[in-house]
Each structure stands twice: as structure tokens, then as C-alpha cells.
Design a protein around this ligand. Structure first.
Ligand SMILES: CC(C)(COP(=O)(O)OP(=O)(O)OC[C@H]1O[C@@H](n2cnc3c(N)ncnc32)[C@H](O)[C@@H]1OP(=O)(O)O)[C@@H](O)C(=O)NCCC(=O)NCCS
Length: 155
């Protein structure tokens, strides 16, 4: 795994229900098919690892990770548009990978849209490998889009 230091210093804390307004605003800004407030609340209620990254006391990114039975799934990672391309996504990926490891995962999986070149590049440089595709996984207008499945294994 390689990570350059974030050029915008970010501090991490657990996501709370009170954060959802800001989180959902970012989600709607950066995703064509955003998670709903209910999706985030369900993740909080399920005990998933939901974290926000703050810069100057403002949420600039967040991630959602589920961990169980020695495996983790990176369910969401998003950086506010104005804060993108400053290393925050890479830094938060490393943070979440460390968390997965600390909670006993030896493998981390994620799905990403094939068209999402930014995320695929970020995950590849964070050490993930593409291991397959799930057909018609994502909504894409009237149609569906496959998911690329990526994995990282800890040694
Ligand atoms: C994908 C995302 C999380 C990247 O966050 P970020 O903070 O901008 O990423 P970083 O600054 O850490 O960039 C790390 C690397 O990712 C790649 N990358 C990031 N944005 C990119 C872009 N727009 N185009 C191409 N590559 C990109 C580059 O390899 C980059 O390294 P470099 O800047 O040295 O070239 C961010 O673009 C985002 O939130 N996108 C919308 C939500 C999303 O798609 N999430 C992932 C799927 S759930």
C-alpha cells in the first residue's frame, strides 16, 4: 500500500446521525445515484464503521465499512467536490484499511463502477486488485452498469 500525505490535513471521527444533513449533501453532490439518508442511518444502526473526515471543523469526506468474519467491505467512500484531488481520498482509504485490519479482517472488498476512473485509480494505487465483475449491479439511467469487484489481502 502506498499513500502520500493528505495535502489538506483531515481529522477522523465517528459519523453521527446529526452529521447526515452534511453527509447527504456531499453524497448528492458527488454521486449520480446517491445513498439516501435512510441508507446512512441503516449503516449507523447496523453498527457499520461510519467515519467522517473533517478539515477546519467541516466534514469534507466520509467512509462506510462493514467488518465481519475476517472480511471487510468498503461500502462508501466520498470526498466533497471542493476537497477532491488533495489526497483526502487516499488518506481516508488508508485509515479505513487500518481499521479493517484492527477489527480482524484479512481481506477487504469493494465494488466500483467501471466508468469511475477516479475511484478505480485511487483504489489501485491503494493496493486493491480487480478480481471480477458483478453484472448489472448499479442503476444507470434506464439501464444498469456492471460493478468491478476489487480486493486487497493483508499479509
Ligand atoms: C474517488 C474519490 C473518493 C477520490 O478522492 P480524492 O480525495 O479526490 O482522491 P486523492 O486526491 O486522494 O487522489 C488519489 C489518486 O486517485 C486518482 N484520482 C483521484 N481523482 C481522480 C480523477 N478525477 N481522475 C483521475 N484520477 C483520479 C489519482 O490516481 C490520484 O492520485 P494523483 O492525484 O496523485 O494523480 C473522489 O473523487 C470522490 O469522492 N468521488 C465521488 C464518489 C466516489 O466515486 N466514490 C468512490 C466509489 S464509492
Amino acid at each position: 500500500m502506498s499513500a502520500r500525505p493528505a495535502s489538506v490535513p483531515a481529522t477522523y471521527r465517528r459519523m453521527r446521525t446529526a452529521d447526515l444533513e452534511r453527509v447527504v449533501a456531499i453524497e448528492r453532490e458527488v454521486h449520480a445515484h446517491p445513498w439516501t439518508p435512510g441508507n446512512f442511518q441503516d449503516s449507523l444502526d447496523a453498527g457499520y464503521h461510519c467515519w467522517v473526515a473533517e478539515h477546519d471543523s467541516q466534514i469534507v469526506a466520509y467512509g462506510v465499512l462493514s467488518v465481519g468474519a475476517g472480511e471487510a467491505h468498503l461500502l462508501n467512500l466520498s470526498v466533497a467536490s471542493a476537497s477532491q484531488r488533495r489526497g483526502i481520498g487516499s488518506h481516508m482509504t488508508q485509515f479505513l484499511l487500518r481499521l479493517a485490519r484492527d477489527y480482524g479482517a484479512s481481506l477487504v472488498f469493494l465494488e466500483v463502477r467501471p466508468s469511475n476512473t477516479a475511484a478505480r485509480a485511487l483504489y489501485a494505487r491503494s493496493g486493491f486488485s480487480e478480481i471480477g465483475r458483478r453484472r448489472d449491479y448499479y442503476p444507470a439511467g434506464e439501464a444498469r452498469e456492471d460493478a468491478v469487484v476489487m480486493e486487497i489481502a493483508f499479509k
